[in-house]
Design a protein around this ligand. Structure first.
Ligand code: 8YV
Length: 331
């Protein structure tokens, strides 16, 4: 691109990132900071050289088919690219990039927070010190949770985030188990003392806590299906900081309601931003801990995600391949 590329950003980003983008690009920001509607997205895709969407923007094949010739790059502000039809973009010669690595540690921290919060009833306990009906006395049998130390954690998806979760889990005395398409390198297994389960079914049947840390792709839609969820022990907890669609949410809710699994810690949901009323009810009863998709929500992470987006745009603007390119074969 000869002149400054026109970059359409669908959501407000940290000031520092927006300022740097303005220096480098002709930036059009969605000042309302509301999710783009389909028409806004379609318009952006005909006017931009680069589109910077977020998790709330679904860029499907139809939208990509309608994109202008000038659209060179969809630089996703996020690690997961399930919101974008990668194959359709690739066919049109449009690069797609993501923001890997910079949110790994924050996401792993939040995963651990949920691994602790659900069995130890942290949010429920904190609730006793809010509002009018305050805590009025301790008893040895009150607010008993389940021990973390010595339990088995089954990680579904041993990529960057899964490994970061495993490192923390090991320090908490959890035995690390995992299922992944491919077995991890021996050096990683050794470091984590991790046990590989080729069969997800078999792993699920043996775990105390299951943490979902794989990407959402067509192959992982409802990977934790109703049938698989029924393999879990009644004392098991589920934690999900990846994508809601990986779990059959309706089936999970029914098992939670029936007491056929012990609890859950969820940062993501199948129909975001809508959260199923039944889940909110279970949260009010202290059976699940729910967060509004905030695992990577730190100032540091958002700035570094912005820096990644900027690097990818600059590379494409100078005619190079962007470093965080996603190819159809990767999803
Ligand atoms: C972001 C995420 O909040 O990166 C991801 O995949 O889900 C979160 O880190 C979101 O994607 C921002 O667009």
């Amino acid at each position: 691109l000869d002149t400054k590329p026109t970059v359409i950003v669908t959501r407000r980003l940290p000031d520092r990132v927006e300022a740097r983008m303005r220096e480098l690009f002709d930036v059009r920001l969605n000042g309302d900071d509301k999710p783009f509607g389909r028409d806004d997205l379609a318009r952006a895709m005909t006017q931009a050289d680069v589109l910077v969407p977020t998790v709330t923007d679904r860029i499907d094949a139809d939208l990509i088919a309608g994109a202008g010739k000038r659209l060179k790059l969809i630089a996703n502000f996020g690690n997961g690219v399930d919101n974008i039809d990668i194959a359709a973009a690739h066919e049109r010669g449009i690069f797609v990039t993501n923001t890997p690595n910079v949110l790994t540690e924050d996401t792993a921290d939040m995963t651990l927070a949920l691994i602790l919060a659900a069995p130890r009833r942290i949010v429920e306990g904190a609730g006793y010190l809010l509002g009018e009906d305050r805590w009025d006395g301790w008893s040895p049998t009150w607010m008993l949770g389940r021990r973390i130390h010595g339990k088995r954690l089954g990680i579904v998806g041993m990529g960057r985030i899964g490994i970061a979760v495993a490192r923390r889990a090991k320090a908490f005395g959890l035995a690390v188990h995992y299922h992944n398409r491919n077995r991890a390198a021996p050096v990683i297994e050794k470091e984590l003392g991790a046990t590989y389960w080729e069969s997800l079914d078999r792993m699920l049947a043996h775990m105390d806590i299951v943490s979902v840390n794989c990407p959402y792709t067509p192959a992982t839609f409802h990977l934790l299906s109703a049938r698989r969820l029924e393999l879990l022990r009644p004392s098991a907890f589920i934690v999900n900081t990846a994508r809601g669609e990986i779990i059959d949410e309706d089936a999970m809710i029914r098992l939670l309601e029936d007491g056929r699994i012990a609890g859950a810690g969820l940062d993501v949901f199948e129909h975001e931003p809508k959260v199923d009323d039944r889940l909110c009810k279970l949260a009010a009863q202290g059976k699940v801990v729910l967060l509004p998709h905030m695992s990577s929500a730190t100032i540091e992470s958002r700035i570094e995600m912005g820096e990644k987006v900027i690097i990818n745009i600059r590379m494409v603007a100078s005619g190079d391949r962007p470093p965080d390119r996603i190819l159809p074969s990767m999803v």
